[in-house]
Design a protein. Structure first.
Length: 221
């Protein structure tokens, strides 16, 4: 089952999931901040666990409109865990982000590195992690995992599933794909004074299928 506002996604992706897995996921269009709607979903369906991916994720947009990010990412998570608690559902995997570390000075970054987020998006993720840690500490019945993804990119090996956001992409790979498909004339590379061989930025990435398997192993295909 998938709950989504479809604000930056396409319902047709679930038909492609069905082609890959042989299972057609049920789609319910609702907002994670709507506690009453969540109550109805948890009452009407036998749900064992929640993978919480709902949120806004563009760094630049979070700087321009921080209130929206605190509303969706922080208030949305609060509404979700409150509804889960009312339903007696206490297993949660939260999609956090490596942005909680900020501009780390060492690589690889240890999981124990301190929070140092430098933008509203990263701060919302750090705040949610703290909320969930306090919740788990207060009530041992909760089982919570926070996964800090580092720049997920890629697509399913079938080519059926990939990233196709509404409007300008927030990530690199859709830009590359759109240039390759002739939808954009060229790829803009920002920065020329980094401490790298050619002066351009270098980043580490993780493939989306590794993210899927790490998030929920029995659901990855």
């Amino acid at each position: 089952m998938v709950l989504d506002t479809l604000a930056n996604s396409d319902a047709r992706a679930l038909h492609r999931v069905a082609c890959i897995t042989g299972v057609q996921p049920l789609l319910l269009t609702l907002d994670v901040r709507d506690g009453a709607a969540l109550d109805r979903v948890f009452a009407e369906h036998a749900i064992e666990a929640v993978v919480h991916l709902a949120g806004l994720k563009a760094v630049g947009e979070s700087v321009a409109d921080p209130v929206a990010y605190y509303d969706v990412n922080l208030a949305g998570t609060l509404a979700l865990v409150q509804a889960m608690g009312r339903a007696g559902l206490r297993t949660l995997v939260f999609s956090s982000s490596a942005t909680v570390y900020g501009d780390a000075q060492r690589s690889p970054i240890a999981e124990t590195a301190p929070y140092a987020a430098v933008n509203p998006y990263g701060r919302t993720k750090a705040m949610v992690e703290n909320v969930l840690a306090d919740l788990a500490h207060a009530d041992a019945r909760w089982g919570i995992a926070c996964l800090r993804y580092f720049n997920p990119i890629g697509a399913h090996e079938s080519g059926l599933l990939g990233e196709r956001p509404h409007g300008p992409p927030n990530n690199l790979m859709p830009y590359i794909s759109q240039v390759a498909a002739g939808e954009r004339e060229y790829l803009v590379v920002h920065g020329a004074d980094y401490a790298t061989i050619d002066g351009t930025g270098v980043r580490d990435y993780v493939h989306v299928m590794d993210v899927a398997e790490g998030t929920w192993p029995r659901c990855a295909t």
